[in-house]
Design a protein around this ligand. Structure first.
Ligand code: CP
Ligand code: NVA
Length: 338
């Protein structure tokens, strides 16, 4: 039997290193089959509920397109459109959705909500982002890293995550590095370092796999000789408006720009971003925030760096589809014959 059958995906540490390797390998196969018009729909008659308490472009569309490609059907339950958390408890919602659907995706605020959903649902539950973790994003990131260096082991690949390292992306990167042994540097002011216990646990596990994880405030030290610089927004969905002033003050010097790329000492350095990015003023939010805080050229990443590296950044975004499809197939099929 497929080892991932009926398993939840609430955080990456729900998986072993081998599970993760299998998910990525299956994603590569599914990506290739789709590109060659040879995809076989394996999930016909499966039904998937998509609960979104926060907005989303990539995650929602990837779940939907992955389901459509595989012959499954989805119900989108947007913010405020169910009784969840208002008139009906998470427990009761989990019980009914688990009877109607074969799987449930949840994006929301508190991580304990998804833990309760998973506890009471008969069907597997997948985390499409909580304030603590964003595991399906990391699956796409690992696939993108692998595609850039197909022959290299993860412990020979250096990645610096620069910016708000105590958000869901920082935590999930830590967990990913602990499972695959990536050489990960979290480059951020101390106030934005992840929770100590998680850091120590992940560092210990990463070392067993010949990898390493460090936290540093020093940009030059953190990005030196890296293969990848990865960043994310400085203020995440659901954070209080009042946080902007403080966060920007802390992170202003951690912007990914050309002078930071020069510090890597690697002319081939690649740039990742989970998106959406505040890289220009072409959105209402970009315009008001960049003007208010006097950023001439992007916030966490400058527009010139973003444009120059957009090919890999959008490949990373497309990889959300292939990796989410891999998770759906893995957790909904007892046997995978591909
Ligand atoms: N990266 C990511 O999760 O994007 P969305 O918020 O658009 O889903
Ligand atoms: N840290 C970001 C990730 C977005 C994909 C957020 O939670 O808003």
């Amino acid at each position: 039997m497929n080892n991932l059958y009926q398993r939840d995906c609430l955080r990456l540490l729900d998986f072993s290193s081998l599970d993760l390797k299998n998910i990525i390998t299956l994603a590569q196969k599914l990506k290739k089959d789709k590109k060659n018009n040879q995809e076989i729909p394996l999930l016909t008659r499966k039904k998937i509920a998509l609960i979104f308490e926060k907005e989303s472009t990539r995650t929602r569309c990837s779940f939907e397109v992955a389901a459509f490609d595989q012959g499954a059907q989805v119900t989108y339950l947007g913010p405020g459109s169910t009784h969840l958390g208002t008139k009906e408890s998470i427990e009761d919602t989990a019980k009914i959705l688990g009877r109607l659907y074969d799987g449930i995706q949840y994006r929301g605020h508190d991580h304990t909500t998804i833990e309760i959903l998973a506890k009471y649902s008969k069907a597997p539950v997948w985390n499409g982002l909580t304030e603590k973790f964003h595991p399906t994003q990391l699956l796409a990131d690992l696939l993108t890293i692998k595609e850039s260096f197909p022959k290299k082991k993860f412990h020979h690949i250096k990645c610096a995550f620069v910016g708000d390292a105590h958000n869901n992306m920082g935590n999930s990167l830590l967990e990913a590095a602990s499972l695959v042994g990536l050489d990960l540097r979290l480059v951020a002011p101390k106030e934005c370092w992840p929770e100590k216990n998680l850091f120590i646990l992940c560092q210990k596990e990463a070392r067993k796999k010949k990898g390493n994880i460090i936290c540093t405030e020093k940009i030059e030290e953190g990005v030196k000789n890296v293969d990848f610089i990865y960043t994310d927004v400085w203020v995440s969905m659901g954070e209080r408006q009042e946080i902007w002033d403080k966060r920007i003050k802390l992170l202003r010097s951690y912007q990914v720009n050309h002078s930071m790329l020069d510090m890597t000492n690697n002319a081939q350095v690649k740039v990742l971003h989970c998106l959406p990015a505040l890289h220009d003023q072409n959105t209402n939010m970009g315009k008001s925030i960049l003007q208010k805080y006097n950023f001439k050229n992007g916030m966490e990443i400058t527009n010139d760096v973003f444009q120059k590296h957009q090919e890999i950044i959008f490949e990373q975004a497309e990889n959300r589809l292939h990796t989410i499809k891999s998770i759906l197939v893995s957790s909904l099929l007892k046997e995978i014959n591909l």
